[in-house]
Design a protein around this ligand. Sequence first.
Ligand code: 4NP
Length: 168
Amino acid sequence: MSSQMPYKVLCVCLGNICRSPTAEVVLRQHCEAKKLNVWVDSAGTSNDHFGQAPDLRSQQHAKKRGYDLSQLRARQLCPHDFLEFDLILAMDHSNIFDIQMLAKKSQTQYGTLRAQIALMSAHDADYFEQAVPDPYYGGALGFEQVLDQCESSSAAWVCFFQHNIQHG
Ligand code: 4NP
């Protein structure tokens, strides 16, 4: 990575209305706090919520911790994302399976891919390789859990980026 080009990270869940928008904003804020040249976006493996703002429950719980999700709009992960991004972060193991399926299609279409694929919790000692559980059909605790894990895993990724990528 050059000193000007940001390192690009895409957070991915199923619907892109609960976990990955939360991860996007939390990871971005953690990277900004350390002045890392990291660009963060999010997407869903499904297209069911295309164009929608994040779930109001996600927005409300995030707002209590100082994160504004209101401007985000859902979109689906697409083959070109594997060329655009350096790192694609899956919230759970089902997401990672779906991402890897699409990566195969993308490789057939484009050849060599840029993106590496990992779990959000890949470097997080407190939630090591655990899923960020889907909060959609549950209660308030599930949304707090998403925030707890996104904060913990974002801190771990910031540490990893500080040691493994150059930043301008
Ligand atoms: P997300 O949560 O993958 O964290 O955005 C979900 C959102 C919607 C649905 C499932 C999970 N749904 O079934 O509509």
